[in-house]
Design a protein around this ligand. Structure first.
Ligand code: ADP
Ligand code: MG
Length: 233
């Protein structure tokens, strides 16, 4: 289980994270908040890509604040996913496994497994160029999942897709996270997305988590007028 304890992070005069604490057990938690509120910075601190000024990151009570990125065993999928355009779908998904020195036969098995998870088992030999936006997003997701990380973090994964594909992928991602039973953090600025993908929502504003709870808890008892407006109630 992930525990984030009192994390603060400043960039110059910007307080990107201000005493943020969050627990994630075997569940999907959404981090919901407007652009610039610190969502990506929080994921980057959890992933180890950014060092906090203060606070700790724990996994099952082990302090991992100073553990290097590649030893955390976390998967992070960015807003803008960087796939290798000239490689095949399968080669892209194999990338993280190669980095981890997973032997070839096991690698092939895991690539197949991850492509099945995202419904692209028959497209392993296709080039990235020529895939649709939704298909690319599925490949990026498979690449994040193939090393079987102990925590999955998705940073606005549907941001660049059009409405119809968003709805379908959102549904699939929710199913997938549920089936793989991997603890997950789903970052979004869209309350509908947060509501459909996650059981629990952590609402962020100005570098702070201002309220946490299920959708019905948040909407029944919003912390203030801003929350009410932001949730569209
Ligand atoms: P979000 O993901 O919620 O849109 P971010 O975490 O990207 O927000 O950014 C939070 C705040 O920190 C913003 O004001 C942003 O401009 C600032 N920020 C983020 N990363 C950096 C950086 N590397 N250098 C300077 N400012 C940054
Ligand atoms: Mg962001």
């Amino acid at each position: 289980m992930l525990s984030v304890r009192g994390i603060s992070k400043r960039f110059g005069t910007t307080m990107a994270l201000d005493d943020v604490s969050l627990d994630v057990a075997d569940e999907t938690v959404a981090i919901l908040g407007p652009s610039g509120c610190g969502k990506s910075t929080l994921l980057r601190v959890i992933a180890g890509l950014e060092q906090p000024d203060s606070g700790r990151v724990l996994w099952d009570d082990t302090d991992i604040t100073d553990t290097p990125v590649h030893l955390r065993d976390f998967g992070l999928m960015f807003q803008t996913f960087a796939l290798f355009p000239h490689r095949t779908v399968g080669q892209n998904v194999a990338f993280g496994l190669e980095m981890d020195d997973v032997p070839a036969p096991e690698r092939q098995r895991r690539v197949r497994e991850a492509l099945e998870w995202v419904g692209m088992a028959d497209m392993a030999d296709r080039k990235i160029d020529g895939l649709s936006g939704g298909e690319k997003q599925r490949v990026a997701l498979a690449r994040t999942l193939s090393p079987r990380p102990r925590l999955v973090m998705l940073d606005e994964p549907l941001g660049s897709l059009d409405r119809l594909i968003r709805d379908r992928l959102l549904h699939e991602i929710r199913q997938l996270l549920h089936e793989t039973t991997t603890p997950a953090i789903y970052v979004t600025h869209d309350h509908d997305e947060a509501r459909s993908v996650a059981g629990r929502i952590a609402l962020m504003r100005g570098g702070r988590i201002i309220q946490q709870g299920t959708w019905s808890e948040l909407t029944t008892d919003p912390a203030d007028e801003w929350v009410e407006r932001f949730l569209g109630i």
